[in-house]
Design a protein around this ligand. Structure first.
Ligand SMILES: Nc1ncnc2c1ncn2[C@@H]1O[C@H](COP(=O)(O)OP(=O)(O)O)[C@@H](O)[C@H]1O
Ligand SMILES: [Mg+2]
Length: 474
């Protein structure tokens, strides 16, 4: 049961050795299909993702198992030859257990039944025959959805910290690996190079390294090498003596000296000018620095963490980054995966960010299923920062407690295809995008074809023709 398994879902330590990749552990999926082969194949896919998969052959069996097995999600074939009505069963499930996520499979059924099912609360539909890859993608999404529901519920039930590591949220296997490296890095005083696209949390990781080790009570000083002019960076890092340059009326200690015993985090280290790279290398190797305008060396005792979104190796080959400094920094390298490579963390991040926004605003903030679905299928070039910005913007736009799809930035709310429809090469046939858009639009306006056509910007006859085509394809 979802509600009773708070610890395994929340506790990062309990997840470290989990072999399940998609976080579907403890989720109960019920598969209803009359076809034995489909049932078993689906069960296998679900099982490989960590679901506890159960099967049923009839509507009555489903009804019975819903209660006795604490079912979280149902894969429901709408077509039932042996009597029983798939849509009615769907409605009954949603009526008695509204939190259950139902995916309907529409066989030789019609577009109409898919549209109707979406209106009746189905989370999504899949056209039969579906490939196991298609099912897998869909179930990954369902697991993520269920996790956010669980998160929301558990949030009310517990005050326990659910953060993996010093506020870093994420249970994707790459993140679990990252936590282990952070813990190790925290124990040493070697330089660490943190790599990752912009917005992936490089600064956060640097702070985590600093605060999980023996230096935790010493200063942590971030310096953005990308935003300061070169002369300023030099005096910031190394300090200067009085009269070192125009305006240097007072001597100033460098941050590398001020951080005494602590950590200096050099963000965007790839932007550091080459002459300063030499000076930094010397500081790391000799543990001393020479302030600008001074002839004396000052001893330092500081740990250097660097971060960049550049390919430093390429910079080395191009001659813009010193090879020797690169090797020095590269003793320990940490790579943070981009958000699109760990989509299963999106619900957790959303819950975490909404909790913060809600706390600041003094109201509880949630997101609709549809909204979350859009977040799950977007590519996030700006990573967690972009996710944060999108949610902040949505909350600013709407005072309602639940964020709707329309509150999200338009490039998100009009995201045409969900992740699962994207084949492994990432390319979705335009016809498929069109079909889905039309079905979604119809479901959205309760089947009103006039309205759907208007919203879609196509003529009513075109819409009719397309629907006819889909019917015959089905
Ligand atoms: N795994 C994560 N969990 C929670 N918040 C995150 C995570 N990664 C990034 N963030 C948030 O995203 C924003 C960008 O993170 P930051 O460390 O500045 O990224 P970077 O330095 O890589 O550009 C910050 O507000 C940070 O709190
Ligand atoms: Mg940064």
């Amino acid at each position: 049961m979802l509600g009773s398994s708070a610890v395994p879902i929340f506790n990062h330590a309990a997840q470290v050795h989990s072999p399940q990749l998609q976080g579907a552990n403890f989720l109960n999926l019920l598969i209803l299909d009359e076809d034995h082969a489909v049932r078993e194949a689906s069960r296998e896919v679900a099982h490989s993702l960590g679901f506890s998969a159960h099967v049923a052959e009839s509507a009555e069996q489903v009804q019975r198992m819903l209660d006795s097995h604490g079912i979280d999600a149902v894969l429901l074939d709408l077509h039932m030859s042996g009597g029983g009505n798939g849509l009615e069963l769907l409605r009954a499930i949603k009526r008695h257990r509204p939190d259950t996520v139902v995916i309907v499979a529409t066989g030789y059924g019609t577009v109409q039944s898919a549209v109707q099912a979406m209106k009746d609360g189905a989370y999504d539909f899949v056209a039969k025959p579906f490939s196991m890859e298609e099912l897998r993608r869909l179930l990954v999404e369902v697991a993520a959805q269920l996790r956010v529901k669980t998160e929301n519920r558990l949030r009310r039930e517990t005050v326990k910290s659910r953060h993996g590591f010093a506020n870093i949220v994420g249970h994707a296997p790459e993140m679990e690996k990252l936590y282990r490296i952070i813990a190790k890095a925290g124990q040493s005083t070697h330089p660490v190079l943190i790599l990752g696209e912009s917005g992936t949390g490089k600064e956060m990781v640097a702070k985590a390294i600093h605060s999980c080790g023996p230096l935790r009570n010493k200063p942590f000083i971030p310096v953005d090498c990308g935003s300061l002019v070169p002369t300023l960076i030099e005096s910031e890092l190394f300090g200067h003596v009085r009269g070192a340059f125009t305006g240097a009326t007072n001597p100033k200690d460098g941050l590398l000296a001020i951080a005494e015993g602590g950590t200096v985090f050099l963000d965007e280290i790839g932007e550091l000018p080459v002459d300063l790279q030499a000076k930094l290398l010397r500081a790391i190797q000799e543990k001393e620095i020479r302030p600008v305008g001074s002839v004396r060396q000052v001893p330092i005792n500081v740990r250097i963490l660097g971060a960049t979104n550049r390919d430093l190796e390429q910079s080395v080959n191009e001659g813009t980054f010193r090879r020797d400094l690169y090797f020095r920094l590269n003793v320990l390298t940490l790579r943070i995966p981009p958000l699109r490579e760990r989509r299963q963390d999106i619900p957790l991040l959303v819950a975490h960010i909404l909790e913060r926004i809600g706390r600041d605003a003094g109201v509880e903030k949630t997101i609709s299923d549809e909204g979350l679905k859009a977040l799950l299928s977007y590519d996030w070039p700006g990573n967690v920062r972009e996710l944060e910005n999108s949610l902040e913007r949505a909350c600013a736009l709407s005072s309602a407690s639940e964020i709707q799809l329309r509150d999200l930035p338009t490039h998100l709310s009009s995201a045409p295809a969900s992740a699962r429809e994207r084949p492994s090469n990432g390319i979705v046939p335009i016809a498929e995008l069109e079909r889905r858009t039309i079905i979604d639009a119809l479901a959205h306006v309760n089947g009103d074809k006039m309205m759907a056509a208007r919203l879609l910007g196509i003529g009513k006859t075109t819409l009719y023709r397309k629907l006819k085509e889909y019917e015959s394809q089905d």
